[in-house]
Every structure is written in structure tokens, then in C-alpha cells.
Write a protein that binds this ligand. Sequence first.
Ligand code: GAR
Length: 200
Amino acid sequence: MKLGVLLSGRGSNFLAIDAAIREGRLTGVEIAVVIANIAEAPGLEAAKKLGLPTALHVSKGRKREEHDAACIETLRAYGVELVCLAGYMRLLSPEFISAFQNRILNIHPSLLPAFPGLDAQYQAFDFGVKVAGCTVHFVDEHLDHGVILLQRTVPVHDEDTAETLAARILNEEHKAYPEAIGRVASGKYEIRGRQYLLKS
Ligand code: GAR
């Protein structure tokens, strides 16, 4: 299954997916293209260094529909079957979502539906939660809302800062995303309403 990874920044989730593929922990998939919407995104540079095909579609100052149409064109040109948002800090247009219906995944650093939006780890820390975590979900037209594929939890310790908690969550993200992609690639699941169910 050909993956298209979209990112805006650091790219540690992209690198975790790439490492899982290279190390044989995630099989049956390949990264066909990495697309960034910000020229300076370190993840874009990392993808180039790894020799992966990359594309830059700068979103700033461009209409969402136009920008997304360019992304869709690139994804189609590379034969992408599953789009993985990996720290892609932009809402997708309805056209983008319907072009890849139930074929777009996102990772979010909270236990959704708690703390959608930006800086979720910091929102959770400030709220005083005792358990935090991350969620991999299908993307629908609402923010951080689509069907949940999997979640991983972490404890919050008394001595934590928002930064130590964010780092603990990120560590789980790096395990969760490859696992979720593997489940989608296996095809052994069905979506019933909001339920994502594994089939044997
Ligand atoms: C990750 O923590 C990811 O969950 C979050 O951005 C970070 C990107 O890090 N995404 C969102 O908040 C999306 N709503 P990375 O660039 O190192 O993968």
C-alpha cells in the first residue's frame, strides 16, 4: 500500500513510520511521497536525506481549495492509497476528504474527544488530567473528530511538566502510528458507524 505523508514541521512521526518500514516492523506499505506545506519544515529535509520523493506545496497565502487540489494531484501522481497526516497543522477541505474517503489518517496528542485542536498535550496538562495519551483516527470534515483507530495512554506524574508529559506522549505516538497504518494496510477491519472493528 502506497503512503503519502503530509507534514508541517519536525517530522518525528514521519521518521517513526519510515523507521518501522525500514526495520521490517511495518510491512506491506511504502512511503510514496512526503508533502510539506512549509518550506522550512525539518521533516521535509529529513525525507530528502532519506532519498524519498518529496513535494512542497506552500499553503500560506493560498486558498485552501487550490492548495488542497495541488496536494491531491501530487498524491494521485504517486499512486497514493493512504494519506497519513503527521504533524500536518492544517484543516483539509471537503474536496480533499472526499477524494480519499476513509483513506486519511491523523495522529493527535490527546485522548480524543478530549482536547482537540492545538497544543493538546499542554491543554491536558493544564487541565490536570491524570492519564493522557494519543489517538490515531480517520479524518472526517470536523476537527480531530473522525473514527478512532487506536489510542495509547500514558500516566501523568506529580513531578511532570507540560514538556515531560509531551515527550512521554510523543514516544507513544511513535509506536501508535506505525501500528495503526499496519492495521489499515492489512484490510482486516470494518467501520460500523463510529466503531472501528478488527476482523480476524
Ligand atoms: C505530534 O505531537 C502530533 O500528534 C501533533 O503534532 C506533533 C507533530 O510532531 N499533531 C497535532 O497536534 C494535530 N492536531 P512531529 O512533526 O514530530 O511528528
